[in-house]
Write a protein that binds this ligand. Sequence first.
Ligand SMILES: Nc1ncnc2c1ncn2[C@@H]1O[C@H](COP(=O)(O)OP(=O)(O)OP(=O)(O)O)[C@@H](O)[C@H]1O
Ligand SMILES: [Mg+2]
Length: 461
Amino acid sequence: MKPRILVVDDEPLIRTALSETIRRKGFESVMACDGEDALLQFRRSPTPLVFADIRMPRMDGLELLKRIKGAESAPRVVLITAYGSVETAVQAMKEGAYDFLMKPFSTKRVEEILERAMGAEGAYAADSAAAAIVSRDPKILALLSTVKRVADDAASILIQGESGTGKELFARQAHLSGRRRQGPFVAVNCAAIPESLLESELFGHERGAFTGAMTRRVGKFEAADGGTLLLDEISEMSAPLQAKLLRALQERAIDRVGGSRPVEVDIRVVATTNRDLKDEIRHGRFRPDLYYRLAVVPISLPPLRERKGDIALLARHFVKRYAGGADNPVREISPAAIARLEGWSWPGNVRELESCVHRSVLLCNRACLEPSDLILETMIEPATGEQIQETTGGSFRAMEKQLILETLASVGGNRMKAAEILGVSVRTIRNKLRDYREAGKILPITGRELAAPVTSIRKSS
Ligand SMILES: Nc1ncnc2c1ncn2[C@@H]1O[C@H](COP(=O)(O)OP(=O)(O)OP(=O)(O)O)[C@@H](O)[C@H]1O
Ligand SMILES: [Mg+2]
């Protein structure tokens, strides 16, 4: 498991920039938006290193430093100060900060601190990356060795699989196994960025290329030069962009929006999708020539229900990851609980199993997790025909919710498919699910929302 680093700042831009650098260095990053939030996260899952802004609402960085220093597993704390506030920096060091970072800071400076603070642990992260994929399934193990075999090549990899099967994990593995691990790993979620912005996000633009393009901007292709570019949810790309991507892959060069000549890039592209791209091709929604360019190395990850042998292994792995904190008594999981997990269908695959174990561990107050401690997401349990209730009366909202959740369940949690069946956009589904989650029905996986009242969780027995 990669060592985690906590990033605390009320400015989202700084948070994401720092996290990006941290991930590029092979660590995992967790984010918090202020001191209180950070303290909460740290108590749940301590990290060896913390980057914290000094000026934040609620609890500032210095206060956080004081509180955290008293913890059993005292981390190294790097405080972020505004440009020119030397006194604060000095005070920070006096209070026991490990180092300070003055805004605006360079990536290089952050990397320096990471290297110094994490030292040997950093090397461990890169080497043990192979161990991050937990499986004894012959199919998964074969795919893993394929990925390692082609790691040094620039040939594109296409990873297909249902949501939560480990596509991103495999993409990172491809990056870390080869010589490109020295270079950046840049991820773009093609479904999350509005189509109108995606082109300049990917290829960058020149100053004045369009209204609002005040400065030149480097796109993700250039940012990933020398490393790996992950194109997540590739099936969401529009036809014109598919054409541009094909050209970029063929020429190994890109055109910035408004640019006059191509810029050469040395990247390996890994694309992922949870749709059947062959099917998209048949429906005329995806270019076959692009498909073959991307799928030089095709990887198809089986859903968890088709590799039940992995459930016990993964469950124990996640218990180890999330249990064992100073204020958590859980140490192991009973065979009966494992059997219960093995009987579940896991529409959300490994991600669902991970969050199930995580929240069960958090809420359990004994040493061994028993079946009654498991909190499964009964909400999206695959529906059988008989389960569809007669609905006379009841609110429109409740019926809509039932319809959405049951449709989702029938397609194994695949939001794209559910959206298609229901004739709404994926965004609508996402927003609805977020609403349900905010109403306290589905407990979020990680992050500060874990602090939400636990009384709203239904325990299944
Ligand atoms: N074999 C595995 N061993 C350990 N952890 C795993 C494994 N497979 C998946 N995970 C974990 O499950 C979670 C989901 O994995 P990941 O994000 O790679 O899925 P994904 O296929 O990209 O999902 P999505 O389609 O929703 O983006 C992550 O926290 C990942 O670390
Ligand atoms: Mg993913």
